[in-house]
Design a protein around this ligand. Structure first.
Ligand code: UGC
Ligand code: NI
Length: 171
């Protein structure tokens, strides 16, 4: 089995097993404020559990990853979902995996547009933030509160992502 990962476009349908895509989807649009504003309603839901759990809003400033990039580990947050919405209009990568008996399976790499965010469902395996060509800020909605909300897993052999801007890296 090759450890070279292909990159696929981020779509609501393809990402559904892992969470939601946060983008201005016309299907969710409704006019508010007397017609001045479009509200793209309920694109995702924050899911936080446990005594003292709070929904918190953060900004993550991610430094660009260099490629080829080794996916050596994945993480998940058992007590809360985690969303990433880009504040710069730049491509980025959302890397997720199905759970296979308590460990992540083969990662899937989604190329997200600069106006696409994601909400990783609670306890969904994902790789920490991956910005691509410049330091980029993301609005992050996740869980605050007591307890260890971070589980990490390290693969025996890393997977590899080629430069997303190279033609070999996409399906
Ligand atoms: N550790 C942390 O807050 N960041 C990660 O959860 C991440 O997904 O980037
Ligand atoms: Ni995370």
């Amino acid at each position: 089995m090759s450890h070279l990962l292909s990159i696929e476009p981020l779509t609501k349908e393809a990402f559904a097993p892992f969470g939601s895509v946060i983008e201005a989807d016309p299907a969710s649009a409704r006019l508010i404020n007397g017609g001045n504003t479009e509200r793209f309603h309920a694109l995702a839901e924050a899911d936080v559990v446990g005594e003292g759990a709070r929904v918190i809003i953060n900004i993550f400033r991610g430094q660009p990853r260099s490629f080829p990039y080794s996916i050596a580990m994945m993480e998940r947050h058992p007590f809360g979902s985690q969303s990433f919405s880009p504040l710069h209009d730049r491509l980025w990568l959302a890397v997720v995996a199905e759970d296979e008996g308590g460990r992540p399976g083969r990662p899937r790499v989604f190329l997200a547009g600069g106006r696409q965010g994601v909400n990783y469902g609670r306890n969904v395996w994902h790789h920490p933030l991956m910005t691509v060509d410049a330091a980029s800020d993301f609005l992050v909605v996740d869980r605050g509160g007591p307890g260890n909300n971070l589980e990490e897993f390290f693969y025996e052999e890393p997977f590899v992502i080629l430069d997303p801007f190279s033609k070999e890296s996409t399906r």
